[in-house]
Ligand binder design. Structure first.
Ligand code: SAH
Length: 478
């Protein structure tokens, strides 16, 4: 490491800023946020600094820098546009062994200022040791989106309990275990959900329970993993995936998504392939209850959205009946994700005013859904689980009034690199699908909007995330 990273306590202590322009204003702002006593030396001030001086938030000396200004300072920042002055400040500060930062001149600095993600009291600082500030800033921006704003409130809650927990657990190892459970468990989740009072009460309770022999409280996270492409996971899904102790997953969950669960988590496959149910639904429900009652944090990972043809409702009904804590994380459902990646806007104004999601799951070889009410003009129909029943589904829709020439598409493994789109009409699609030798999962879309696919298909599976669409230009050529 080029620099020794520290956080400095400047509260009520004199810090000097030489310069009064925009750059100085930013540094002054940071110092004030850390409650420093700021003195500014500069013949001129920009408006922002002038305002601070007028309000008495900083002390201003309207003059050139002389070393005497350093007499009291515990830290100095030079932010003038005059390299001679900046160098003078640096020399004088070094002589007195006062930490000095000169903006944009790493050679004149004895300390540098990092890019900061402020979730006070949690603060993340990123530095490239001056080598690549833009890279550090980019990383900072990425971290900004990854670290929920509520981490600050979680930090404050932990701070408020710090002494209590310390008295309760004299041994550091016990303390650490306790905090790990709090930070990764339901208390933290309550803070993230904005339920600060409930979180505080739960933390009190957890602390009290630790002295007795109360079993740890398990919880189930019913998480939608989206249609297959890991980029389509939500932040919340990813966070819970990385903290669960056990992962209970289906056939539909793509390996690339499973990869993102905690490395050392136990994984339990419960199947759900057609005609090869590895575990009956009731047994899955019971398994979830059992694992949670053992005190585990259980990730029930589902394809798409758990509440759309995902039987998520049934699973949490059982959990609720047993008093097991749970939370549900929505995912991008196949209809939404797959249609986007296929270039079929489900409710394009010119063609459809409504859109229905139906299941084409067959029971006893017949179409199990009543299509009579949904076969109508200006409505897009999205059929889940319809590959096997495709010929009957198309026939039924025509029987109930749709024209045989209604555009229809079937999409295999949408959003992934294995995506295949086959388009035709209600009349031609079944044969085209057989020719294409499609593999599940597949989604069927019926309606005039399918016509747009030809124009709007932007996603090229062979290019993966590099896909983009520019009309008339081959996106594969730079
Ligand atoms: N809960 C899921 C649906 C589960 S039912 C969701 O919200 O998406 C399983 C059906 O979803 C499959 O038979 C198929 O019709 C559809 N499906 C899921 N992922 C898909 C994908 N990547 N491509 C095409 N269809 C998909």
């Amino acid at each position: 490491m080029e620099f020794f990273p520290v956080f400095l306590d400047v509260k009520n202590r004199p810090c000097l800023v030489v310069g009064g322009g925009e750059v100085a204003a930013r540094k002054i702002g940071m110092l004030l946020q850390s409650h420093a006593k700021v003195t500014v030396v500069s013949p001129e001030l920009c408006e922002a600094v002038r305002e601070l001086a007028d309000k008495g938030l900083v002390t201003h000396h309207q003059t050139r820098f002389i070393p005497e200004f350093l007499d009291e300072a515990i830290l100095v920042i030079a932010a003038t546009d005059d390299s001679v002055v900046n160098a003078e400040v640096s020399v004088a500060a070094r002589e007195l062994r006062i930490p000095v930062n000169v903006v944009d001149s790493p050679d004149l600095c004895t300390f540098i200022m990092p890019s900061v993600i402020d979730r006070s009291p949690i603060v993340v600082a990123v530095s490239s040791a001056g080598a690549a500030p833009v890279l550090a800033r980019t990383l900072r921006a990425r971290l900004e989106t990854l670290i929920p704003a509520s981490y600050g409130r979680l930090g404050a809650l932990a701070g408020a309990f710090r002494d209590k927990v310390k008295t309760h657990f004299p041994r550091p190892a016990d303390r650490r275990l306790f905090w790990e459970k709090i930070i990764q468990g339901p208390v933290a989740e309550m803070v993230f959900a904005g339920q600060d009072d409930a979180a505080k009460a739960a933390l009190e309770k957890a602390l009290a329970a630790e002295s007795g022999d109360a079993p740890p409280r398990g919880e189930v996270y019913l998480v939608g993993g989206g249609p297959g492409n890991p980029d389509l996971l939500t932040f919340r899904a990813l966070r819970l995936m990385q903290q669960a102790d056990v992962v209970v997953h289906d056939h539909l969950v793509a390996p690339a998504i499973l990869e993102l669960t905690r490395r050392d988590a136990q994984r339990i496959y419960v199947g759900k392939e057609r005609n090869a149910h590895t575990m009956r639904q009731e047994n899955i429900n019971e398994l979830l209850v059992k694992l949670a009652q053992e005190g585990k944090r259980v990730l029930r990972l589902k394809g798409g959205d758990p509440f759309i043809f995902g039987r998520g409702g049934e699973e949490i009904e059982t959990l609720a009946a047993h008093g097991v804590a749970f939370q549900v994380v929505p995912g991008i459902t196949a209809a939404s994700g797959v249609s986007s990646y296929a270039g079929i806007p489900l409710t394009h104004r010119d063609y459809a005013q409504s859109c229905v999601f139906v299941t084409g799951h067959l029971k006893d070889g017949s179409v199990n859904v009543d299509l009579s009410g949904i076969a109508k003009a200006n409505q897009t129909i999205v059929i889940y689980m319809g590959l096997l029943g495709l010929p009957q589904l198309c026939q039924e829709l025509v029987k109930h009034g749709l024209s045989a020439t209604t555009p229809a598409a079937i999409i295999q493994q949408g959003t992934t690199v294995k995506q295949k789109v086959v388009t035709g009409t209600l009349e031609t699609l079944p044969a085209l699908a057989v020719d294409a030798q499609l593999k599940p999962p597949t989604l069927i879309i019926v309606g005039e909007v399918v016509k747009l696919q030809e124009k709007l298909a932007w996603y090229k599976p062979e290019l993966g995330e590099g896909s983009s669409f520019v009309a008339g230009i081959d996106a594969t050529v730079e």
